[in-house]
Design a protein around this ligand. Sequence first.
Ligand SMILES: *[C@@H]1O[C@H](CO)[C@@H](O)[C@H](O)[C@H]1NC(C)=O
Ligand SMILES: *[C@@H]1O[C@H](CO)[C@@H](O)[C@H](O)[C@H]1NC(C)=O
Ligand SMILES: *[C@@H]1O[C@H](CO)[C@@H](O)[C@H](O)[C@H]1NC(C)=O
Ligand SMILES: *[C@@H]1O[C@H](CO)[C@@H](O)[C@H](O)[C@H]1NC(C)=O
Ligand SMILES: *[C@@H]1O[C@H](CO)[C@@H](O)[C@H](O)[C@H]1NC(C)=O
Ligand SMILES: *[C@@H]1O[C@H](CO)[C@@H](O)[C@H](O)[C@H]1NC(C)=O
Ligand SMILES: *[C@@H]1O[C@H](CO)[C@@H](O)[C@H](O)[C@H]1NC(C)=O
Ligand SMILES: *[C@@H]1O[C@H](CO)[C@@H](O)[C@H](O)[C@H]1NC(C)=O
Ligand SMILES: *[C@@H]1O[C@H](CO)[C@@H](O)[C@H](O)[C@H]1NC(C)=O
Length: 739
Amino acid sequence: MKPSQALAALLSQCIPSSLGAEFIQRPGPSQQGCHENTATRFTLPDPPYVNYFYSDCHSSSQVVVTSPLPSSDLALIQPRLLIAWPSGNSGIVSLFEPQSGVNGSLAISLRNSSSGNYLDPVYEPSGSSAPVVGVTGLVYFNASARLTVPILGSIRTIRDYVEGSGILVPSIQNAIQFSESEDGGVILSRLWLDSETTTTLSFTPSSSDSSAHANNRTIVLDAGEYTFRASFNYPQLEQLRPENILTKEAQYLFDEAPDQALALEFLSYTNKVLAGAWRFLTYFGRDSMISLLLLEPILATGNGSITEAGISALLERINRTDGTVAHEETIGDYATYLSLQQGVNSTAPQYDYKMIDTDYFLPIVLADYFIKNDVGKDRAAEILSRRPIENPANSKLTYGQLALLNAEKIMEATAAFAAPGGQVKENMIRLKPNQPVGEWRDSNAGLGGGRIPYNVNTALVPAGLRAVAALARAGFFPDHPGWAEEADKFAQVWEDETLRFFRVHVPREEARSLLDDYVSSNDLPFPSRSGDVQDDVTFYGLALDGQDEQSVVRVMNTDDCFRLFLINTTNQAQLSAFINQTADHLLQPFPLGLATDVGPFVANPAYGTAPFYASTFTNRDYHGTVVWSWQLAMMAAGLERQLGRCTAADGDAPEFCGDEALHDKVLAAYNRLWDVIEQNSPQLSGEVWSWRYEGGRFVPVPLGEYSPTESNIRQLWSLTFLAVRRNEGLRHQLRTTTW
Ligand SMILES: *[C@@H]1O[C@H](CO)[C@@H](O)[C@H](O)[C@H]1NC(C)=O
Ligand SMILES: *[C@@H]1O[C@H](CO)[C@@H](O)[C@H](O)[C@H]1NC(C)=O
Ligand SMILES: *[C@@H]1O[C@H](CO)[C@@H](O)[C@H](O)[C@H]1NC(C)=O
Ligand SMILES: *[C@@H]1O[C@H](CO)[C@@H](O)[C@H](O)[C@H]1NC(C)=O
Ligand SMILES: *[C@@H]1O[C@H](CO)[C@@H](O)[C@H](O)[C@H]1NC(C)=O
Ligand SMILES: *[C@@H]1O[C@H](CO)[C@@H](O)[C@H](O)[C@H]1NC(C)=O
Ligand SMILES: *[C@@H]1O[C@H](CO)[C@@H](O)[C@H](O)[C@H]1NC(C)=O
Ligand SMILES: *[C@@H]1O[C@H](CO)[C@@H](O)[C@H](O)[C@H]1NC(C)=O
Ligand SMILES: *[C@@H]1O[C@H](CO)[C@@H](O)[C@H](O)[C@H]1NC(C)=O
């Protein structure tokens, strides 16, 4: 069956998936033009949330309905209707409470409308300005509801409220107009700070019992059914077509894994790839690059492809003053808001350059496409001669000049450590002053207060340097002929001399008492496993220069995956010891190691010696004892790459391949990881998940159940399992089951 036929077959049927997702309609790749039946709709339930997606050639929308479950923490989970739009990173949230005042007594849900759909488009062309676009549908309240907080404008404003303990900006809130319409409905609308865009949300009674009232800026909706309509007039993005997202060979994934492939499509536009739905529906540098790298084997290439959209978005946004790759962009209403805060009336985008890891990913991505990829090789000249169009600050430079600025920054920042005698902590890459974050664990406590992150210094820096060397050898930096050798020399030093700074060694007896103390002092529900400690415990800590004068942040973690995925070291003793401890951690149950029924935790604070470790790395913390999907993917891909070196044609197999016990252990770790990945398939496309302990097992729980930081139902880098698949050959090599 050709993909288009397979997809056409989807139009009329419900595809059950592990998540119970429904796929109602989807255009075939051959359908061009913009009419109603080019719509893609899909639904992803994730109680207490249900996510509805709608996109067509005019606009894309995500609607999230939250309705508390009997088990929900009612202080965190409140009835809510949220609409998110990629263009301008815009949206609406409306929070409700039961009129009765009893939390938990109000349920809210979407209902099929007469069209048979949960969502239908709003599209009203409007002469010279942007058309009014959005979505409409039926929402049902089972009890009388009061709208407590509406926010209309930017997703960032909504996140400030939801995640920032209730921040509301008077100039934004007071601009909301409340009115009643002739058909008995209520309308909220707000003119953006740009004085051009208006966001509107309305509820119109659509059942005999429903009736709506607006009074003194308060809205009350009686129990019943309402037509809601959410719209705005702002220039829209252009979604990429399936053939520009996946290669021809991978188009079957739209059929085989529609809930992931359609989500990737929802996040893919001609000018950028978005990081996640709904909280990060816009450009994020790290997310784009990790996803491009892990998805590489299946991504479309060439002019107009997702690969080039992703690369262009990165180059566009580089800081022209110092070559830093942007972390996040601020666009739409929030950009105007920030400018006005700074005393400037401007709608220009703003970029966040606080991260220190993004710089090093960029040359890796560029080298993979412009050197290793046959299509990319021929596209390099054209792409690098382009000029930025979205970032006015860079409009005088070419993409090539911006890439050079990034490479110059890398060479300068890494020189001191690579110099003779320079291998000291002071020369390592550290967080920027006054920034508590700087790499992927970007919550305030994510690095345990550490300043010199493990992944950046031991993996990203040397891999970035190898890529700069490769680009230089291929002629990309004609002004710096010396880099071809120099960057490789730097890389060698960073590869060989950084790991030891992060090494934590815990003697067996101490490990036992730390484990017992961790579990008992924190009243944790699982066994301490102290009796299982056979050897001294070693791991590489999260960062250096932690809080309370800790020289290393003593948190075991999954960041080994960066080195496994990005570095093919030939330092045999170091590689054997490294991969040995990684395998141990993946095989040993938490809190001895990282392994649990819900996947390896990204952090294990049990060997920390100060109380703050256990109290800041919990199952309520964004980077605590929780599981991140993309870390599983990079770990699986990294182990596969290292194991792949054992059979590579070049005959340069690393020493660990010949150490039977060690090689078996690494194979066992790879396979154990895949077993748990497969057991957790319902979670994999989400961003992060937490757990509860029940019947002697860890059971997955959405992080949002414990924390105002809710997880994204679909996250770009969690879709990488579309490409990262279990290597069956490595299952068959497994000889023993003693691990
Ligand atoms: C009821 O819900 C509100 C809004 O979410 C919350 O602030 C409040 O703490 C809740 N009350 C209880 C008793 O859970
Ligand atoms: C509405 O739903 C909530 C949550 O399921 C439930 O507790 C409540 O009894 C329902 N109210 C009515 C009037 O059915
Ligand atoms: C909504 O309508 C679609 C298409 O008619 C149907 O497949 C689906 O089962 C309906 N869902 C509900 C909850 O009624
Ligand atoms: C309108 O609401 C505000 C804030 O809740 C309140 O202070 C004021 O008294 C209300 N006005 C009327 C006329 O009810
Ligand atoms: C790439 O696509 C753009 C827009 O579709 C077009 O203007 C340009 O000519 C194309 N370049 C090549 C080399 O095909
Ligand atoms: C760009 O880099 C320069 C030099 O480090 C810095 O002063 C400037 O603030 C950066 N730009 C932005 C928008 O952060
Ligand atoms: C900003 O500029 C726009 C367009 O010139 C204008 O309509 C708006 O009132 C200005 N906003 C402020 C706060 O000055
Ligand atoms: C691997 O680690 C184990 C302890 O888990 C140790 O006994 C063994 O000697 C190590 N092997 C190598 C090659 O380092
Ligand atoms: C490391 O080796 C593996 C297996 O040969 C290969 O797939 C991978 O691309 C190599 N990585 C680097 C950074 O060269």
